[in-house]
Ligand binder design. Sequence first.
Ligand SMILES: [Zn+2]
Length: 211
Amino acid sequence: MKKLLFVILIFFIWVTSIYALSFRTYTKLVPTINSGGVEWAWPVNYDIAYEKGTTYVDLDLYIRKGTINPNWENDVESFWSKPGYNINIDFVTSSDDFNYWVEVVPGYGAPNMRYWWSDLGWREIAHEVGHMFGMYDEYGGNGALNPVTKYIGFDGIMGSILGTNLDRYYEVFDEAIASLNRDQPVPEPATIFLVGSGMIGLITFARRKFK
Ligand SMILES: [Zn+2]
């Protein structure tokens, strides 16, 4: 009976190891240009995992100062999430573990990635979060433009009307997964299966032999 429980436990650990998402932190310095032709760059930092056709993105925002609007989290998450892309944003109050810090100022004004205003709508926050994922501005103003394509339209969330979540934005996540896999490949489920089966076999063998 004890042996059966042991085997069940090993099996449980093995199954969990297959289904646990292996999040990795993706960082990048995004080269950009403003409308005046000045070149600069901003840092990107978020956690990402890929499993069974879905990309999972996790962004922890440390609110260093001020108070967020309680609706932002859900609204921004549901805006950026779509089939194949699961976007999770958490506002954290501890500086122990976070991807980005933000300060919130009371009132209303023009935000950037770091400094937000308490009366902003979720679309403006979704736009700034887009930058945190590495997305460029798409309006002709004094923003962070793609140095190659520059102004390409205004109809998406990264454009001046703060519109929809256009498909092209999600290329940053595909690129992040590809780049992480180049640097450090994730073991395939088939490999985990073989290693797991081997381990169970060995343990069973050892237990029989030394009983
Ligand atoms: Zn912007």
